[in-house]
Design a protein. Structure first.
Length: 367
């Protein structure tokens, strides 16, 4: 009942004051129409872009350098979209556009008038921000909308923003890659020096101990000890048998005795710790060589890995890759933004609403 009563009260007051309300509304219509003709038309240009996936180029470079195995989505993630939007709205991009198109002059900002424009750049940026909209689309794209009184200027600013956004995004990624390139170049150089030192040490050890293939030489030396021991045992057995039938002066026994003495000396040389070349020393030297060789091979493997990473960053920093896909460049708008219709409609409706409220309040006070 209360709402019906209030609605009736509004209707009664509106009917009672209809002539004056009509006059005010008509006046608002005429004035807003006149103002809309005075205000210059505004044109809007739209550029549509899609952020690319930075990981996609990373995997392409990794594949070329022998490191890549996976594949990523062609377009950027939500984080990539947010990053591009932030860049498009950043001061770096806006200041670039202001300077490139001399928007101080275009927006009629007198940089010499410090009283009216204490901070001319801030004034120009504020005006540009009013004319700029950067929004996400439902299909993971980004629309860069620019309004201006000049349709050509609107499209040129929108396209300039797209170019600068791509440049800034590229610089952000390339700056990080250059830092990583420097880090891995240093690590690669240090590892290269270490591998060279280990290679020299290994070469000197092999030369000093005359061990160039410890696996082959170890097998040969072991076989020689085994063969000498077996021959020594055989000759001793023969001498033992012959000594029962022949005198010690027998040439055959003398020959066996000499051969046994020679084999004993040979075996002593092969096994004694005091000789210059023996199984014991060979084993120790061989172990030392194997340790250095293992260390050198491990460091060499690490050097190969570092070189691959370095080659990846070198390739990545040398390529000029765009990090956005331009789906549609901004073109000069053929039709202006319908400000006249919006201004006139808003003025008429607002005047009508305020008039009805006012007369209703006046009638209420008279009761």
């Amino acid at each position: 009942m209360i709402s019906n009563f209030n609605l009736l009260r509004f209707l009664e007051s509106a009917i009672k004051w209809r002539k004056k309300i009509l006059i005010l509304t008509t006046l608002a219509f005429v004035l807003s129409l006149a103002v809309s003709y005075i205000v210059p038309p505004t044109y809007e240009s739209i550029a549509t872009i899609f952020p690319s996936n930075p990981a996609l180029s990373d995997e392409a470079f990794s594949f070329q350098s022998g490191m890549g195995t996976n594949y990523s989505d062609l377009y950027g993630s939500k984080e990539d979209i947010d990053r591009i939007i932030s860049i498009a709205k950043s001061g770096q991009v806006l200041v670039h556009v202001i300077n490139e198109f001399d928007l101080f002059k275009h927006y009629e900002i007198d940089t010499s008038d410090k009283e009216k424009y204490k901070f001319p750049l801030s004034s120009a940026m504020s005006q540009l921000k009013k004319n700029l909209k950067v929004i996400k689309t439902e299909f993971r794209g980004i629309e860069i909308k620019v309004k201006d009184k000049n349709p050509n200027m609107a499209s040129e600013i929108a396209n300039a923003i797209v170019s600068k956004v791509d440049m800034v995004a590229k610089d952000m990624i390339q700056t990080n890659r250059l830092k990583m390139l420097s880090i891995f170049n240093k690590a690669k150089t240090e590892k290269d020096v270490l591998v060279e030192k280990l290679t020299d040490s290994l070469s000197n050890l092999r030369k000093y101990h005359s061990i160039y293939n410890h696996y082959t030489q170890s097998s040969t030396l072991t076989n020689e000890v085994t063969k000498t021991t077996a021959s020594l045992s055989e000759y001793k057995a023969q001498k033992s048998v012959l000594s029962k039938s022949y005198k010690a002066s027998d040439p055959r026994l003398l020959n066996l005795t000499a051969q046994i003495a020679g084999l004993q000396e040979k075996l002593k040389t092969l096994t004694s710790t005091t000789s210059s070349y023996n199984l014991s020393k060979f084993a120790k030297a061989s172990e030392q060589i194997k340790l250095v060789e293992t260390k050198r091979n491990a460091e060499l493997g690490e050097l190969v890995r570092l070189k691959k990473i370095y080659d990846y960053y070198l390739l990545a920093t040398n390529e000029n890759i765009s990090y956005i896909y331009v789906m549609e460049e901004a073109n000069p708008a053929e039709k202006e933004v319908p400000l006249m219709l919006l201004l006139v409609t808003a003025s008429v409706l607002l005047t009508l609403f305020i008039s009805i409220i006012t007369v209703t309040i006046l009638d209420a006070f008279k009761l």
